[in-house]
Design a protein around this ligand. Structure first.
Ligand code: ASP
Ligand code: MG
Length: 443
């Protein structure tokens, strides 16, 4: 079985939904995982925010606006009156549900129930479309098999058992549709896998059914060597290893949710990144195979804070780094980059929730300097250190840009540099010509 996940823009209009219906029409067994239509989850977040602020009228207006948008989609999507009515009816019941939450106390439970509406709508509308097109498909409710535990980690055993049992009920069916992103939590309540989590759903489902392939369909032709929003002449990378893809996704390549690589890697299932608007494009294949040595891509992650702790007590001492790291552990704040000298350590974080508390505790060790508005530039590839001249090319390209931190040798897959966010565009452009020029000719 193959897993095909379609993102928000792929199901973002009646026209695109029909493109998707066409793409999945072949006979081979598949499970289709859908996001909410593009823009919907953001609107649902807005509605929930209004309800938190007890701005009931604004929330109801936004809900009515959503109703209108979906009515238009429905009118365009179906050709038969029968399906149109069924879809409008379904829509109305969900709009009424959101409205019903506008009265009464509003908590994170109601918020999560609201956030789930986008995927529930997109999958049902799509299922109605397939029925109208006489494509034989079964809609499987993700809320019956996708579950997270008390630590908000996916419950893999439950997923595998429930999904296998559910699929066994339909031995004649080759086409299944389900929701990405949404799940239940350890208390049985509606919850989600965090924003952008539909990729993660697809990967978890793929691992649970031991799929032959996981396809992530978006509106770009694969993972690019550089950020296409910043650099004009980027190109899709044909092949990446799981480790390279994970680094790129984590360090800013928006096309793939970072958590979604691991389940596929663990079960050795290739992941393909494909373009719904250009299905014939080769896209990117992520697999266990080595994709050749050298730097493949660069990604940038903004919103980074660099913290430097300087202490003469560190000189020749042991246990010093552990004590510093413990401060971050205490505040559940992950560290991304680390560099050390004999008397100082610099590290970066992107979650600033407990920054004041962390700084206060670090001050007990020595002087603390904090730099905000930093960006990690992450160059990703395989066996980077075995390709002579790689670092020379990187530093030559960035000769005019101050480098705050350099991290090299932590893995064979990346070199990370910390720069001021103001220098990001210039850095990405300079790397595109300085590091990717030769590869660019082949692309
Ligand atoms: N609809 C959710 C979001 O916008 C999940 C997803 O699209 O992956 O974050
Ligand atoms: Mg996405």
């Amino acid at each position: 079985m193959k897993i095909l996940k379609f993102g928000g823009t792929s199901v973002g209009s009646a026209h695109n939904m029909r493109l998707v219906a066409n793409l999945i029409s072949a006979e081979e067994p598949k499970m289709v995982v859908l996001s909410a239509m593009s823009g919907t989850t953001n609107k649902l977040v807005e509605i929930a925010n209004k309800l938190y602020q007890q701005q009931t009228k604004e929330a109801l207006d936004l809900t009515e606006n959503l109703h209108k948008i979906y009515r238009e989609v429905i009118n365009e999507l179906y050709t038969t009156e029968k399906k149109k009515f069924a879809a409008l009816d379904f829509l109305l019941s969900h709009i009424d549900f959101i409205k019903s939450l506008a009265t009464g106390p509003f908590s994170i439970r109601e918020e999560r129930a609201i956030l789930a509406q986008g995927e529930l709508l997109s999958t049902h509308l799509f299922q109605f479309l397939l029925e109208e097109l006489n494509q034989n498909s079964v809609l499987l409710p993700a809320l019956s098999f996708m579950r997270i535990d008390e630590n908000e980690e996916p419950d893999l055993t439950f997923l595998e058992e429930e999904l296998t049992a559910l699929l066994a009920k339909y031995p004649q069916s080759n086409l299944f549709i389900t929701q990405g992103y949404i799940c239940r939590n350890a208390f049985g309540e509606i919850d989600n896998l965090k924003r952008g989590g539909s990729d993660y759903s697809a990967s978890l489902i793929g691992a649970a059914v031991q799929a032959s392939e996981i396809q992530i369909w978006t509106d770009i032709d694969g993972m690019h060597n550089n950020d296409p929003r910043v650099v004009p002449d980027t190109y899709p990378i044909a092949e990446l290893s799981f480790d390279e893809a994970a680094e790129l996704a984590y360090f800013g390549a928006k096309i793939l949710h970072p958590s979604s690589v691991l389940p596929a890697k663990q079960k050795n299932i290739p992941v393909k990144l494909l373009n719904t608007m250009q299905p014939e494009a080769k896209g990117t294949t992520i697999s266990a195979q080595s994709s050749g040595k050298s730097i493949k891509a660069v990604a940038a992650k903004d919103g980074i804070v660099a913290i430097n702790v300087k202490s003469s007590r560190m000189l020749l001492a042991y246990g010093f780094l552990r004590r510093i790291f413990e401060v971050f552990e205490e505040y559940k704040t992950p560290i991304d980059m680390v560099t050390t000298s004999e008397v100082a350590v610099s590290l970066t974080i992107d979650n600033t929730k407990y920054l004041p508390e962390i700084i206060a505790e670090l001050k007990e060790f020595g002087s603390v300097q904090v730099d905000t508005d930093q960006t990690i530039i992450c160059l990703v590839g395989d066996s980077i250190e075995e390709v002579p001249g790689t670092t020379l090319k990187i530093f030559k390209s960035l000769k005019d840009i101050p480098l705050r931190m350099i991290s090299y040798g932590g893995s064979k897959n990346n070199i990370s540099l910390l720069i001021a966010t103001a220098d990001k565009k210039q850095a990405l452009k300079a790397l595109n010509t300085g590091v990717f020029e030769r590869i660019a000719e082949h692309a």
